[in-house]
Write a protein that binds this ligand. Structure first.
Ligand code: HEM
Length: 505
């Protein structure tokens, strides 16, 4: 009996020792190479919040950033057991994204679909999840439908969606007998309507339907995109045992959503080819041009979902954070309204060029995105052996495959980059200063370099049109303060219902 107990205890010790060794095997990786390592490390690496326990990946990122910033250009971290580099110096962020882009061409997300190219085929076709030459081709093909010229031709879609938004708000206020509107829902309604129209030429029914009725397109798209973004957290845990990705056939998009959007794309294409809406210049017309050059339906759906993902979700998130912030900063809101009303004086219309050229609107938008960064960090992968100058004569060798994380949210909230970082101060970006901040690596709301946001112009157009129409008619006020928390995917989000009061001006 005693022998059995001794053997069992011995076995348990050996098993624990093996697990411990496995989890901490690389934890000396950076010390050996002369890079300061973020401590304390746990068995789960530098980001235990990935596994819950009251913290989150983004919160852990902030803790490390605040501890080491100003002292080092970069610090070694571990995503579970995988060695990574966390950038602390904005200039180094610029080097990784722009100057030395050739050494960091891929993103961590592109490594998350290498095992699932056949069944997660639409995620794999999104440049955000693509690597190497495939990335370049997809970016070029998809981006050709989002040029300023293409958007100018499709601009009527946003003009009409802006007016539908006004109509929906009016009906909502009248039918519900309150001028408080939950603005997260409102923003998703607006972007669903705009993207349904732009990508497939359909009426998504999210603004044109009944008040509070949720259309099938809106509900489906919301479920699809929430699952896809939360997938990033699920995948970030996998370095602990990479085999689980294959074992559980992990994926971002479900089979059901693949079928839904394939059917939608086929039907929309057939309708257009039959002559309906033939005069329209929208993303569907771009997809049909790609088809003539040999693109398959799968390629078309891949491009369509690339636009939907951020045209619907990220744009809506930026919009409701922006309106919430304006709801607090009344003076800035009033100044913005004056600019908008001046621009709309006359026939109440505004051209694509004029909308983009409103200086204060642009400043407010950048400042809002700095303040509430819905994409809180960027992750690049070293694709060619390279070096990082750590200062004080120290040079770090970086091997291919190493991930470099750029903590955009923390750079945006560092008072070394932005004095009084928690305040909304659009004048920071007077005289086009936003691009200067981006060049210095401090402002990365859209990223930078060859992998800068592919849909930046669509995102700006989505949000600016909605803010323009809303502010021209309503004063926006907060009804309660909301806390900020990290979502389950990429960013920092407002918690709870975004109930804002809209009073006719
Ligand atoms: C205001 C809304 C938006 C914000 C704040 C935003 C932000 C970003 C950021 C920060 C990145 C860089 C990610 C990285 O470097 O890892 C990015 C990349 C990307 N965005 Fe956006 N985005 C927005 C709207 C859009 C829209 C409307 C589209 C679709 C047309 C889009 C498509 C993409 C794609 C495909 C990438 C990956 C680019 C690549 O790796 O080459 N985004 N976005």
């Amino acid at each position: 009996m005693w022998i059995l107990i001794v053997v069992l205890v011995g076995f348990v010790h050996v098993a624990f020792a093996a697990v411990y060794l496995y989890l901490t095997w690389y934890h000396k990786y950076w010390t050996k190479r002369g890079l300061v390592t973020a401590k304390p490390l746990t068995l789960l690496g530098s980001y235990p919040g990935l596994f819950g326990g009251g913290s989150s990946f983004i919160a852990d990122l902030g803790t490390i950033y605040n501890k080491y910033k100003g002292k080092h250009r970069a610090v070694g971290t571990f995503l579970t057991r995988e060695p990574q580099i966390l950038v602390l110096d904005p200039q180094l962020a610029h080097e990784v994204l722009v100057t030395n882009f050739g050494d960091y061409r891929d993103t961590l997300t592109s490594s998350y679909v290498t095992h699932s190219q056949d069944y997660d085929k639409y995620a794999a076709r999104n440049p955000f999840f693509s690597a190497g030459d495939e990335w370049k081709k997809r970016r070029t093909d998809g981006g050709a439908g989002l040029t300023p010229n293409k958007l100018r031709q499709a601009y009527a879609i946003w003009e009409q969606t802006g007016l539908k938004l006004m109509d929906y708000m009016k009906r909502s206020i009248e039918e519900r007998s309150t001028n408080v509107i939950e603005t997260r829902d409102l923003s998703y309604r607006y972007t669903a309507q705009a993207m349904g129209d732009f990508i497939w030429g359909i009426d998504a029914g999210s603004l044109s339907g009944g008040v509070n009725e949720v259309s099938q397109f809106q509900r489906f798209s919301y479920d699809w995109v929430s699952r896809a973004f939360s997938g990033i957290t699920r995948f970030n845990r996998t370095p602990i045992a990479p085999v689980v990705k294959r074992l559980f056939r992990m994926r971002f998009f479900t089979q059901e959503s693949n079928e839904f959007y394939l059917k939608l794309t086929r039907e929309a294409a057939k309708l257009r080819q039959s002559g309906s809406g033939a005069e329209r210049n929208d993303y569907l017309s771009h997809l049909l041009q790609l088809q003539e050059k040999g693109a398959s339906y799968d390629d078309m759906v891949g491009h369509a979902l690339t636009v939907l993902m951020d045209g619907f979700e990220t744009s809506a998130a930026v919009l409701y954070h922006f309106l919430y912030t304006l709801g607090e900063y009344q003076e800035e809101q009033e100044k913005l309204r004056t600019e908008i009303l001046d621009a709309l004086a006359g026939d109440k219309n505004i051209s694509y060029e004029q909308l983009n050229a409103l200086p204060y609107l642009d400043q407010c938008m950048h400042e809002s995105m700095r303040l509430t960064s819905v994409i809180g960090f960027l992750t690049k992968i070293c694709t060619k052996r390279t070096t990082i100058n750590l200062g004080d004569g120290k040079i770090l060798n970086v091997e291919p495959g190493i991930t470099v994380t750029i903590p955009a949210y923390n750079l945006h909230h560092d008072e070394a980059n932005f004095p009084e970082p928690e305040k909304f101060k659009p004048e920071r970006f007077d005289n086009g200063a936003a691009s200067e901040y981006t060049k210095r690596g401090c402002l990365l709301a859209f990223g930078d370099g060859p992998r800068i946001c592919l849909g930046m112009r669509v995102g700006l157009l989505n949000v600016k049109m909605a803010v323009l129409r809303i502010l021209a008619e309503y004063r926006v006020e907060q009804t309660k303060k909301l806390s900020i928390g990290s979502d389950s995917g990429l960013g920092i989000y407002l918690n709870g219902d975004v109930d804002l009061r809209y009073t006719k001006v």
